[in-house]
Design a protein around this ligand. Structure first.
Ligand SMILES: [Zn+2]
Length: 322
């Protein structure tokens, strides 16, 4: 049995007030408000939609789903590096999934999972959670402490108290799009749980939410929910940081930021889809921080040593090409 190794948050589970969780909630796409404005386009889309797979929580992340639907993380991957995003879709490149991702799923699971799914999570991830002596790793203990403090915050729990992991599909600029919401209260709000480094932005000149592309996420989720239900809902971030002590916050992203982010998605999504369809060649970013470009680069000629460490964009600027 789990016994002494069971993380604290599992023990709190029984006392936490929770709303019933619908594990599998596949919502087939219906006519969107947007498509009503363009009848013929709508009929075309309808035909295509009928051929698309129906997603639910278990098929959401599979390869077929990634090929058929754009998602927020896929869109952000394309924004970062088209070549890397495409190589990943083709299964030629598997980016390193760091510890951060695991910690995020741990916090997510412990706050929004069912008792059964939490036990399953612990059982499947023992090696990542516990040291050989049975004690939780320091970062897990720290996350567990943050979870405990979140549970003591009624407002945070309110926004985490919607339906969990709700999947919906729709279209943006005619591109099939899938979303999966951490917490969704129909007619009231969409909320997303973030366990992140800091509330402060790594870039002094850009707010944290847009630095990490969370405005893109909020905008797409809001739009797809609107297409499915006709309602434009507020989007809230329920945040705990990895600092010591953890900062806790609930943030509502303003509509202006979401509108601007959706505009960014509309501007780029057709190009990314064309790359997915094999109609356009993906561009390599050649960024110093891009693992894909770094490991697949073919060196063709010596470069000026002053250009060492610069990205393609920086080199263009330094040559006065931009
Ligand atoms: Zn790259």
């Amino acid at each position: 049995m789990l016994g002494a190794q069971m993380p604290l948050s599992l023990r709190w589970y029984t006392s936490a007030s929770r709303v019933g969780r619908r594990l599998e909630r596949a919502i087939p796409t219906t006519s969107s408000t947007a498509s009503r404005t363009a009848r013929s386009a709508s009929r075309q889309q309808e035909r295509r939609r009928n051929r698309l797979m129906v997603l639910n929580e278990s098929t959401y992340y599979n390869e077929e789903a990634s090929r058929e639907f754009m998602s927020v993380s896929q869109f952000k991957n394309f924004q970062k590096c088209e070549a890397a995003a495409m190589a990943e879709l083709k299964g030629e490149y598997v980016p390193e999934r760091g510890r951060a991702l695991f910690l995020g799923s741990y916090v997510d699971e412990m706050l929004t999972g069912t008792k059964e799914s939490q036990y399953k999570f612990v059982d499947e991830n023992r090696a990542e959670l516990f040291q050989k002596n049975g004690k939780a790793y320091a970062d897990i203990a720290q996350a567990t402490a943050a979870i405990k403090r979140i549970r003591e915050q009624p407002l945070m729990m309110k926004y985490l108290g919607g339906e969990h992991q709700v999947v919906m599909t729709g279209e943006i600029e005619g591109v099939p799009f899938k979303i999966k919401m951490d917490s969704y209260k129909p007619g009231e709000f969409i909320a997303d749980l973030k366990y992140m480094a800091s509330l402060r932005s790594p870039n002094l000149f850009q707010p944290m939410i847009s630095y990490w592309g969370y405005d893109i996420q909020a905008a797409c989720y809001q739009e797809i929910v609107r297409q499915n239900t006709g309602k434009q809902l507020p989007f809230l971030f329920v945040v705990a940081t990895k600092e010591k002590p953890a900062h806790l916050a609930v943030g509502e992203i303003n509509q202006w930021n979401m509108d601007a982010a959706l505009e960014t998605v509309r501007k780029n999504i057709k190009r990314y889809q064309a790359i997915k369809n094999g109609e356009i060649e993906p561009e390599r970013c050649e960024d110093y921080g891009c693992d894909y470009c770094t490991t697949t680069k073919i060196i063709t000629e010596p470069i000026d040593t002053d250009l060492f460490g610069m990205s393609r964009a920086q080199i263009r600027i330094s040559k006065g090409e931009v």
